[in-house]
Design a protein around this ligand. Sequence first.
Ligand SMILES: [Zn+2]
Length: 232
Amino acid sequence: MSTAYFYLHAEMNCFLPRDKRNVTITLSFKGDQSLKHLVESLGVPHTEVGLILVNGQARDLNEITHNGDRIEVRPAAPGCLIEPRFLVDNHLGRLAAYLRMLGFDCLYNNDYQDDRIADILAEDIRILLSRDRRLLMRKVVQYDYCLRSLEPQEQLTEVVRRFDLADKIRPFHRCLRCNATLEPVSKEAVLDRLEPLTKRYFDEFRLCPACDQVYWKGSHYERMQELIQRIS
Ligand SMILES: [Zn+2]
């Protein structure tokens, strides 16, 4: 039997039960175990790890853990290594709508089961957003974020900050219903579908080429601007 000593920094502690936060955790293990395996056995998805130090030296997560190692785990710094395209699990419909509202490509379907999510990630490089740590720890998941909050607007704020997205927000750009990119459309082309007040006060319209939904910068758009002010 070998023993390693773990200390998790800052927000990494949110993955631990309360009695293990901000203290050194003694972990016993048998045989050859990678740092990654032991970190995940504590409940921390490996993609949340920014830096791992073993006896004060930066190491790769795939290295083997040795008896007596003192291991420090630091969170990933804000930023996004890949294009910010998301996939959310089937509990996160409101977060998906918010991300689309800010112009981000976000796949969501309330029928998505874990296997389907894994299949999508095997073919398409996307950042998986979920609160389900078992799902996040699947091998196929390369980029992910474990949401802390249960509240959709707070979740949105977490995602914008974690992936440093404030400069990439493009409202009025993506369909909230189906994720397709919106296209400009003339007022005349959609005139027969507009309410009298919309006809009178708005001149700029967008159309979803996939589901045919019409968008304009109405009260909904103003609420969105307020939201953007709050989170960025
Ligand atoms: Zn659409």
